[in-house]
Design a binder for this molecule. Structure first.
Ligand SMILES: Nc1nc2c(c(=O)[nH]1)N[C@H]1C(S)=C(S)[C@@H](COP(=O)(O)OP(=O)(O)OC[C@H]3O[C@@H](n4cnc5c(N)ncnc54)[C@H](O)[C@@H]3O)O[C@H]1N2
Ligand code: MOO
Length: 450
């Protein structure tokens, strides 16, 4: 795809119809997934593995867990077949393996053990302390106990490999590490582990009208506080990526070209906002295509919000780079970053399933459909709140959570994003269907904690 220059010879020469065909969402996502630069990998000490790291290859257990027959309870190690109801306490075996050198346990004897103690030789069962009576002691040490219950061989004993067998798969390639997986690595004496690097992503706002949000001053007429940059930095941070602030760049070709080049030195992925539509200062597509010689894979997507969303790739300093040039409207930039950039970064980070979880929800109010498929912000206020709706099979009724939309869905109204944990995926309007009534079941992408 290519376009002729939009604003290089004065506003009279600008396009009056966008030269960019609007791709479907599916086409846009497929084009991103095939054109994104590959993720890179590294070995890290297992102790430095963080939630969100993805394993490059399968991790197998290096040893059995537990390695020995181990007590599951605090009590006494005994011989199960021993018919005697009383036992002489002939020693103690705490967690450290002090006993194995000793002579094997004999009939009529027991050894005091703790949870996790290695079973002494000869013992094959454990009786927990609650199931015994102390019959004799010397003032400090227990001497004879009585068992209140019968004993079965193997009772309250974990044999070697009961939890994990040597060689067994602990974690598959592509596993996204979380607390449990990090615990598993630690429990299995992993010194290092190969993971995908979590990608860095530069975030840049563009626009002459923008004022850095840290400036306390009054806005001059026409000025706008830059909310896109902090919002997208926070989005990427919250998704486990490393955002880098690439600042605010004014709307002129030289500054944009230089700003993009500079940002891409810090990261091979850049997300910009603003300057991608039909205005005379909307230079981003031109700068990417003509000045930086990037390939624009799409310059519009048939979706709402986010119609002018743009995706380009190119090579700078021999490094493959990708630019998501997103619309300036605050909601559009947020929704597009979530739908396009987050899955792309997840793929670079090694995720086998980079896309959002999709659930079925019922609408709590009727919604008018737009000419474009729309991503409506909504809140699953209380996952236990259910409404019934019938499936195509009338004999079955399913109960689904209800979605509450966040008010007016204008793409400049950031309040429509606040608190939203769902993006409802509404179809485009058709002749037969111009609105969805309350109670309709729709697909929703999960974008926040439920
Ligand atoms: N003639 C047409 N006009 C527009 C079309 C169209 O197809 N034809 N598309 C509309 C749609 S849809 C969108 S979305 C916007 C996107 O335009 P741009 O990406 O060029 O964005 P800007 O014009 O730079 O800004 C739009 C709006 O957002 C405010 N903004 C920009 N950056 C920030 C920021 N960092 N923080 C807060 N607010 C920001 C900016 O001030 C504008 O109000 O185009 C429509 N127009
Ligand atoms: O697509 Mo724009 O994001 O409708 O406002």
């Amino acid at each position: 795809m290519s376009s002729s220059s939009q604003a290089e010879n004065g506003v009279v020469h600008r396009h009056r119809v966008s030269p960019w065909p609007a791709l479907s969402m599916d086409e846009a996502i497929a084009s991103i997934q095939s054109a994104m630069p590959e993720g890179t990998c590294k070995f890290i000490p297992a102790t430095l593995a963080k939630p969100g790291h993805v394993l490059v290859s399968r991790v197998a257990a290096r040893s059995n867990v537990p390695e020995y027959h181990t007590s599951v309870k605090d009590g006494y190690a005994v011989i199960a077949a021993d018919p005697s109801p009383t036992r002489r306490v002939v020693g103690v075996q705490v967690a450290a393996p002090t006993y194995p050198e000793a002579t094997p346990l004999q009939l009529g004897e027991c050894i005091r053990v703790c949870t996790g103690s290695i079973l002494p030789p000869g013992a094959d069962a454990v009786v927990m302390v609650e199931n015994t009576v102390l019959l004799q002691h010397n003032g400090t040490e227990e001497e004879v106990i009585e068992l209140k219950i019968g004993v079965e061989k193997g009772q309250d004993v974990r044999p070697p490999g009961a939890d994990i067998r040597e060689g067994e798969t602990l974690l598959e390639a592509g596993t996204v590490l979380g607390p449990a997986e990090i615990g598993l690595l630690a429990s299995n004496a992993r010194r290092d582990v190969e993971v995908y690097r979590r990608p860095r992503v530069c975030v840049m706002s563009t626009g002459n009208e923008l004022l850095d949000c840290t400036m306390d001053e009054q806005l001059a007429p026409g000025q706008v506080r830059d909310s896109n940059r902090p919002q997208l930095m926070a989005l990427f941070q919250s998704r486990g990526f490393k955002p880098i602030d690439a600042g605010i760049i004014p709307d002129n070709r030289e500054s944009l070209g230089e700003g993009i080049r500079m940002a891409l030195r810090y990261s091979s992925v850049l997300v910009t906002t603003g300057g991608v539509s039909m205005g005379e200062k909307d230079l981003m597509k031109d700068v990417l295509e003509k000045d930086l010689r990037f390939k624009i894979h799409f310059g519009r997507v048939w979706m709402k919000p986010g119609l002018p969303a743009t995706f380009a790739t190119g090579i700078l300093d021999d490094i493959p780079c990708a630019v998501f040039a997103l619309p300036g409207n605050p909601v559009s930039s947020f929704v597009c970053a979530e739908l396009f950039a987050v899955p792309a970064l997840r793929k670079m980070a090694g995720y086998l399933k980079p896309h959002h979880t999709i659930i079925k929800v019922t609408l709590t109010n009727s919604l008018k459909l737009d000419a474009r498929p729309e991503y409506v912000r909504a809140i699953l206020r209380d996952p236990s709140a259910v409404s019934s709706s019938s499936t195509s099979d009338n004999s079955a009724t399913v109960f689904l959570p209800s979605a509450f939309t966040t008010g007016h869905q204008c793409s400049s109204r950031l309040l429509s994003m606040a608190g939203a944990n769902l993006l409802l995926r509404l179809p485009a309007r058709s002749v037969d269907c111009t609105a969805l009534p309350a109670g309709t079941v729709v697909d929703a992408l999960v974008v926040g904690a439920l």
